[in-house]
Design a protein around this ligand. Structure first.
Ligand code: AMP
Ligand code: ZN
Length: 134
């Protein structure tokens, strides 16, 4: 994709703070600087989101997410990670090249990544009427 910022990073046309790279995947620090070590993991090939991305590429990305997460916990002094992935504008996706966020965590670091959830009292059986897959 010509005007995709993550494609440009993958091709080396825009610099990044590279954490990990292999032939299929690139991981770099998020410029938001909203949490120490906030990392973005992308496939080098462009797919907009999970709906478009093939399963092999998804699997490759998740393997890299696991490798990096293991590294953060085993070698960088963190105790856990939050992993997230936004798909579609309605879900808050702002860069439309599929990516996974990793936020390294320590006990008592004060980060609350769910603090925007307002709550929903719809009974779970009603929710299931809409959501059940089979
Ligand atoms: P999302 O809202 O899930 O689409 O996340 C997009 C993320 O990409 C945001 O957290 C941005 O801060 C990050 N981002 C945008 N441009 C860059 C860039 N040039 N280098 C690193 N991260 C970026
Ligand atoms: Zn792209």
């Amino acid at each position: 994709m010509n005007d995709c910022i993550f494609c440009k990073i993958a091709k080396g046309e825009i610099p990044c703070y590279k954490v990990y790279e292999d032939d299929k995947v690139l991981a770099f620090l998020d410029i938001a600087q909203d949490a120490f070590g906030h990392t973005v993991v992308i496939p080098k090939k462009h797919f907009a989101n999970i709906f478009e991305c093939d399963e092999e590429t998804l699997s490759t990305c998740i393997s890299a997410v696991k490798k990096i997460s293991n590294h953060y916990v085993n070698h960088c002094g963190f105790e856990g990670v939050n992993i997230s992935n936004n798909n579609g504008k309605a879900a808050g996706q702002t860069v439309h090249h599929i990516h996974f966020h990793i936020i390294p965590r320590k006990s008592g670091d004060g980060i609350n990544i769910y603090n925007e959830l307002a709550g929903d009292n719809t009974p779970l059986d009603k929710q299931l009427e809409l959501l059940k897959l089979n």
